[in-house]
Ligand binder design. Sequence first.
Ligand code: WTA
Length: 634
Amino acid sequence: MSSVRESAELFAPSPDVVAQANVTSYEELARWAERDLEGFWAAQAEQFVWLQKWDRVLDDSNKPFYKWFVGGKTNIVHNCLDRHLTTWRRNKLALIWEGEDGDLRTFSYHALNREVCKFANVLRSMGVTRGDRVTIYMGRVPELPIAMLACAKIGAVHSVVYGGFSVEALHGRIEDSQSNVCITCDGGYMNGKIVELKKIMDEALKRSPTVEHVIVLRRTGQDVAMEAGRDYWWHDLMALPIARSATGNRSDTAVMDAEDPLYMLYTSGTTGKPKAILHTHGGYMVGIGTTLRWVFDLKEEDRWWCAADPGWVTGHSYIVYGPLLLGATSFMYEGAPTYPYPNRWWSMVEKYGINVLYCAPTAIRGLMRFGEAWPNRHDLSSLRLLGSVGEPINPEAWRWYHRVIGKERCPIMDTWWQTETGMFMITPLPVTNLKPGSATYPFPGVEAEVYDEHGKPVAAGEEGYLVLKRPWPAMLRTIYKDPDRYVSQYWSRFPGVYFTGDSARRDSDGYFWIIGRVDDVIKVSGYRLGTAEIESALVSHPAVAEAAAIGLPHEVKGNAIHTYVILRAGHEPSEGLMEMLRQHVAHELGPIARPEKITFVPALPKTRSGKIMRRVLRARALGLAEGDLTTLEE
Ligand code: WTA
């Protein structure tokens, strides 16, 4: 789904949504931010608690290493938990969680804080301190946000690795982050099966012997190997006196500089080595809190459900930190949308009275296939707003979501953003007139533009490179340990402006239409994978000499991975080998990276300097013109 059909339809939000919206006029806010970017963001920052106020809102003296709220002191956890405890929200539900097996657990703000404090004490007792990196590799269980918040509370930097990743991906991320402590589960439930998280962790750790401690949460109860002196059960540690401080189940929240790192999150880029995007306590907090409040219009009584995985940025910003910043009630579900039947999601919307649902287009397309009867069996009248993220939503899926799930009452917030941006960047507000398939306008304060190859803005309706021209508070600060790559990757294609890696078009009404990635990133079911990662997983198999991966349109996944493989001498193409290689990629990287198709080829199209021309492979696969081939050497 590399492009979406532009539609002329305009959907006005329903009057009752507009009447109660936190934002009344997009134009007013956009004009304010355009006139006075710093004043605009300072006013939003005032909504949060600062232990010391900032001296400067934006420091741009060392571009592109921007700093926000310089001199300010806070801790995002102070704003997510501590400050609610002295208000009535102490008794409000912070988190409602349903396991795939139907388990239900709830946490008031008081209870969530208690668990976070205890776990923070456990981490401290293991010697984890400010600035230390902690790798978290868990299923979708409440202890995942608890672990993240506990790290943030003591000033440690969490690095969450998506629970669907596998040995090589996990190993690479532990190694690069130099974590001494890892947190995992015995296993996780997904689609009625068990994901062997601890076993994968053990395999990864064989290759990373520097890890000192592993904390293991018991979720499935399956047998796992526990290495004496290294591995500890979560429940054992939490029962020890070390989990309690002299003041009971409490723990001090470290006072952090606004610019201190909060977390790192690995994401895929152009090379095979994933890069860790670094986010901070101060600016990130202001960015995600403000965007969530305005775009999804959360009210005190609302129940918010972001159906992403906490292991991706969407989960970091909008399952864990964002809703807690606003003192909201967030719902979290462990398992697959279709388990045991395709009505699972809709039954939970009804059961918990969800008001706002935010998910990926791939989930909508997947559920759409099962027909309307499944959602129609449930009362979905609690829903007020819907959201979409991760890839372009095709107008057909948009209309189904709008009509069948939202009953034509609920506007769809199609939010465009990235791991790097931390927060929504191009997105409707509840008062925006919508066009199916368009993320509409830049958020106030965001200046987006579409450039041609030479860095000139293109005319309305023309396709080009999407860039961002002004800094924003939740922006990445750097790539961990690799500031040069930060500069070259994002700020050098067009000097001085941020290059997103996406192509887009702006229509004559100023609406943005995101087309897709123009770099070597493939979005598979909304998950972000790098072609180079897939290729290096393939090449690590002894039968493979060379490999190339590309994304091709897929009805449900958006894109599917297609690979081309040159075998080493002595290996013959066969169905069996093909299956073995697909398995191998799944084992190394994770099931989401399993290639849809492997084609054995005698040669790959390359430039004279030896770079694989993936665009030629794509064009051939799609039966399109191959374009400029002057540099081609097969
Ligand atoms: C794509 C996910 C179209 C885009 C939050 C971007 C989208 C990449 C949208 C970042 C959207 C995200 N419409 N495309 N609403 N949202 N994308 O880092 O290609 O996993 O560059 O962050 O997802 O993926 P990431």
